[in-house]
Design a protein around this ligand. Structure first.
Ligand code: PGA
Length: 251
């Protein structure tokens, strides 16, 4: 299975910096076709920058797929400020990140809301990057498996299959902190997720499970060597062309 190298740009940048970043990544991939044998690439800019980034990465032969950072939990209608899964598909997105801990925390998103969003994303032909992960105190209390299992089982709609679902294990305490889970912790959690996926859908071995949380060029290769790590969801380091590409080289 090729590694998925997904960049979550979060709420960063300007139109100009988004264009520069996308251009830099496209140029780097053109100069280095080998990496395309081993990796697939997804970029998730802020909604407002999607149009500009699409103009740069577009084309049938593009190795980059566009993704969004969220979608609405309802199909359409009177929902001021929301963007629907159908709009994302219509626009040309292939992926949507759902259940990110920043949305669970800052927007009070529950597993039920995330499941509703994921179902709509699936019904509209999008692939969901479903984020799960425990907080620091939950791990300290030995509850990380229970937390992650609940998030997975409750956020994954019955429409999920290996083609339309990617799971990202992102321990909350590792996001943007510079702390990374140890390879042993990652191995244990990814193995657990693989097993639990088998209780939720057919062919769990075909679902990509990403690791996210302070993935950097200097820890990427070690993380990618861990069994059941099928790629990375990258925040901070995805905002720099050289770091993003160096992480891909870790694969
Ligand atoms: P980080 O973010 O790489 O900056 O830790 C990862 C994420 O939140 O997806």
């Amino acid at each position: 299975m090729k590694k998925l190298i997904a960049g979550n740009w979060k709420m960063n940048g300007t139109l100009e910096s988004a264009r520069a970043l996308a251009t830099g990544i496209v140029e780097a991939l053109h100069a280095d076709r080998d990496v395309l044998e081993r990796c697939d690439f997804v970029l998730c800019p802020p909604f407002l920058h999607l149009v500009a980034v699409r103009a740069i990465v577009d084309g049938a032969a593009s190795p980059i797929t566009l993704g969004a950072q969220d979608c609405a939990a309802t199909p359409d209608g009177a929902h001021t400020g929301d963007i629907s899964a159908a709009m994302l598909k219509d626009f040309g997105c292939g992926y949507v990140i759902l259940g990110h801990s920043e949305r669970r925390q800052n927007h009070g998103e529950t597993n039920q809301t995330i499941a509703a969003k994921a179902r709509l994303a699936h019904e509209n032909g999008l692939c969901v990057i479903l984020c799960v992960g425990e907080k620091e105190d939950e791990r300290a209390a030995g509850g990380e498996l229970d937390v992650v299992e609940n998030q997975l089982v409750q956020s994954l709609p019955p429409t999920a299959n290996p083609e339309n679902t990617v799971v990202a294990y992102e321990p909350v305490w590792a996001i943007g902190t510079g702390k990374t889970a140890t390879p042993d912790d990652v191995r244990a959690m990814h193995r657990f997720l693989r097993r639990k996926l088998g209780e939720c859908l057919a062919h769990p071995d075909k679902v990509r499970i990403l690791y996210g949380g302070s993935v950097k060029p200097d820890n990427a290769a070690e993380l990618f060597r861990v069994e059941n790590v099928d790629g990375a969801l990258i925040g901070g380091a995805s905002l720099k062309v050289d770091q993003y590409m160096a992480i891909a080289h870790g694969a």
